[in-house]
Design a protein around this ligand. Structure first.
Ligand code: ATP
Ligand code: MG
Length: 317
């Protein structure tokens, strides 16, 4: 988060969007979201870039206020960007009309909140809750029951079908909420801190359920989490800092054993990137760094205050 004055990056143009990867499920290009109110402006997203391929399971991490929920709000079609592009399967979300937006929210994305109660109606049983989104989407009655039972079985909730919410544990309620979010078979599942209020066993069960959804239906999943346990279990973790994607960790497994975690910095269109804080502090880097272009990499060197001043003086002369 940062308060104004802030430089707002140039909005993405149609031409800029044209060279984004074909076939990507989610593309965010220079995404900006400014909240205005009572003389104060908050720049929640300031030029965020992100590409997610179909079927990926990605964790999004970042400090409180870094813009994670704002991003999910835009991707779910609930909110619109101030500038930049957010698209899903090539459809620009900002261009959706009222009717198309409703269809998008009903069929393309499913949303799982931190509190199961946001997804569920307390006076209905588990199986009735799962059928509500299908009824709104006019799915035939027999198919509704069939799909709901399939989801209950997949998420380990077969015995819970006819229980009311008060007869379910927190973890079970969250899995019913997950089934409800998946009822209309969305291509994308967005989950905002879905394990935030659960004990560790329930957390593992909910995460296993999300994984089962990703494996079975090849649903693309973005999961916002503070839970380090979750981010070590996914192949890709994206870190958001101050409204931008700043770094990524990719994990590879070899013969089923986690072998390597590689850290990457995100390089934006303008060539900007953020060095990890630990790298910067361990070499005492500040203000100016010296760059050397080699044949296959770029060297980044710390400078002494004298070197930095000398370099600046030479530039002027
Ligand atoms: N509707 C709004 N009106 C004004 N400011 C907002 C609004 N929604 C979010 N913000 C501000 O935008 C910034 C980013 O908020 P956001 O909720 O996206 O952060 P977050 O990364 O999800 O944080 P947390 O981890 O605490 O959930 C914050 O400074 C927040 O106060
Ligand atoms: Mg949030």
């Amino acid at each position: 988060m940062s308060a104004v004055p802030t430089t707002v990056p140039e909005p993405a143009t149609a031409a800029a969007a044209a060279d984004t990867p074909a076939g990507a499920r989610i593309v965010c290009d220079g995404l900006v979201r400014i909240f205005r109110g009572e003389g104060v402006e908050v720049v929640a997203l300031q030029g965020l870039d992100l590409v997610v391929e179909p079927g990926e399971l990605t964790a999004i991490v970042g400090a409180s206020g870094s813009g994670k929920s704002t991003l999910l709000g835009i991707l779910s079609g609930l909110d619109s960007p101030t500038a930049g592009l957010a698209s899903m399967d090539g459809t620009d979300l900002a261009a959706l009309s009222g009717r198309a937006r409703l269809e998008f929210r009903r069929h393309t994305v499913g949303f799982l909140y931190q509190q199961a109660s946001h997804n569920l109606l307390p006076y209905l049983t588990a199986i009735e809750n799962i059928q509500v989104p299908m009824a709104l989407a006019r799915v035939p009655r027999t198919e509704r029951a069939e799909r709901a039972r399939e989801l209950l079985a997949l998420l380990g909730l077969r015995e819970c079908a006819d229980r009311s919410l008060s007869q379910l544990s927190g973890g079970q309620q969250q899995r019913v909420a997950l089934a409800t979010a998946m009822a209309n078979r969305p291509r994308v599942l967005l989950a905002d801190e879905p394990t935030g209020e659960l004990d560790s066993q329930s957390r593992d069960e909910v995460f296993a359920a999300i994984r089962a959804i990703n494996d079975t239906y090849a649903t693309t999943v973005l999961i916002v989490t503070h839970d380090a346990g979750v981010s070590t279990q996914v192949r890709r973790t994206v870190e958001i800092r101050d409204g931008r994607t700043a770094a990524e960790v990719h994990r590879r497994t070899v013969d089923g054993v986690e072998a390597v975690a590689e850290e990457y910095a995100v390089l934006d269109r303008a060539g900007r990137m953020q060095l990890p804080k630990t790298f910067v502090t361990s070499l005492g880097m500040r203000d100016l760094v010296r760059l050397d272009l080699e044949s296959d990499h770029i060297g980044v060197w710390p400078t002494t205050p004298d070197q930095a001043r000398g370099g600046a003086a030479e530039e002027r002369s």
